[in-house]
Design a protein around this ligand. Structure first.
Ligand code: AMP
Length: 396
């Protein structure tokens, strides 16, 4: 069975066609600059040359049509008919408090995605456009929505409730949701399997450290807490996002600089994080290079990033009254051995011990803790597309 996975942004569309018989990627690609001048599709099929098509893509519907053409192309394609695609799995950002699991799309599901536009203003409209484009291009083929917020829905009230007037939860669903849910669910599940842990009771902390970064705590694969909040701005220091700040900082800066709340949030989302702290880059590799060259702000940014991850691990260990495994994933988590080591150095009190030789690895599933370590520490590459495809398969 072949499943197409779609991840739509406001001007981009990423796709993978996965053969679920052996979970191999048959083809993958990216449509960029949808609705903007200079649209481009880049398509890669297993064992074939890369294919680039530069054609106007005024809408997501045109983009999907180009993806279908590429998938069926005589030279670069991997299927002969779109009927070979059994189902389409869509990454959808926000389901509010309505869905705690993936779901086959119908009119009610689309209504919920639409009603959550204000909770996910950058993503939900694009996600819905992707679904509607697929419905038009492949009528009758089931579409499945896999929500980034679903994993966080199992959090207890004490973890998801903000200490603000209760009416805002009642009236506007203001609470902690958490994001990167597909990744946290996939990685915590893989950690339980790889670590030979009790699937009902295992206490696992997943550190998803990429350009966006978040930590989750789960017991028996069910999320009990996670660092992102109503939006993906809360929690860790990220590439360009601030993570946790005193909310009064906003008013203080707005008054001093004469800017409004939209501009302030734009600064916290796009001009903060390690980028804002250093003025160098949002890419951790650039920050590490600058640190190696003696740049003090780069050193502080990296130290602060690592310190905050360690603080969250400590908090979540307390929340769960213990931890069996800590898993690192995503760009920084999978590639930055010095970062993993530095985070784990804060965790000696938990009996965490890293094996330097095992930790000398990038992007591979591996146990990186020593035999003596009281907590299993693992590198688990995330695979959100495969996770979405598995969720889709389970529903169709
Ligand atoms: P992601 O959002 O998961 O794609 O992760 C992207 C981030 O991973 C970027 O900030 C990259 O700089 C970072 N990254 C990739 N390789 C390394 C590395 N070797 N050391 C540190 N960061 C890395």
């Amino acid at each position: 069975m072949k499943i197409l996975v779609i991840n739509c942004g406001s001007s981009s569309l990423k796709y993978q066609l996965i053969d679920m018989d052996n979970e191999s990627v048959l083809a993958k690609g990216l449509c960029e600059r949808i609705g903007i001048e200079g649209s481009k599709l880049t398509h890669e099929a297993a064992g074939k040359d890369k294919y680039v098509a530069e054609k106007p893509m005024p809408t997501h519907k045109t983009a999907i049509e180009m993806v279908m053409e590429a998938l069926q192309d005589a030279d670069h394609g991997v299927i002969t008919d779109t009927k070979e695609i059994s189902a389409i799995g869509h990454r959808v950002l926000h389901a509010g408090m309505i869905y705690s699991d993936s779901i086959v799309v119908n009119e009610d599901v689309k209504k919920v995605i639409r009603e959550c536009f204000d909770l996910g203003p950058l993503h939900n409209p694009a996600n819905l456009m992707g679904i509607e484009a697929c419905e038009a291009a492949m009528p009758g083929t089931p579409n499945v929505a896999v929500f980034d917020t679903a994993f966080g829905m199992s959090m207890p009230e004490k973890a998801y409730t903000y200490a603000i007037p209760h009416e805002y939860l009642e009236k506007y669903s203001v609470r902690r949701y958490g994001f990167h849910g597909t990744s946290h669910k996939f990685v915590s599940g893989e950690a339980i399997k790889f670590g030979g842990l009790d699937p009902e009771k295992a206490k696992v902390i997943v550190c998803h450290l990429g350009n966006g970064a978040s930590v989750s705590a789960s017991i028996g694969g069910k999320c009990v807490d996670t660092s992102m909040g109503l939006t993906p701005l809360e929690g860790l220091i990220m590439g360009t996002r601030s993570g946790d700040v005193d909310p009064a900082v906003l008013q203080f800066i707005m008054n001093k600089e004469g800017i409004d709340i939209n501009e302030m949030l734009n600064i916290l989302n796009k001009k903060s994080g390690v980028y804002g702290m250093t003025g160098i880059s949002s890419d951790f590799r650039d920050i590490e290079k600058a640190k190696a060259e003696g740049n003090h702000l780069a050193e502080v940014a990296i130290d602060a990033f690592i310190y905050r991850v360690a603080k969250y691990i400590g908090a979540y260990t307390a929340a769960m009254n213990g931890v069996d495994a800590i898993a690192f994933t995503a760009g920084v988590g999978e590639n930055d051995k010095a970062g993993r080591k530095a985070i784990c150095e804060y965790l000696g009190y938990l009996g965490v011990e890293i094996d330097d030789e095992a930790n000398d690895v990038r992007g591979k599933l591996r146990m990186i803790s020593s035999e003596n370590s009281k907590v299993k520490v693992m590198l688990i590459p995330t695979n959100e597309e495969l996770a979405i495809a598995r969720e889709t398969l389970a529903l169709v």
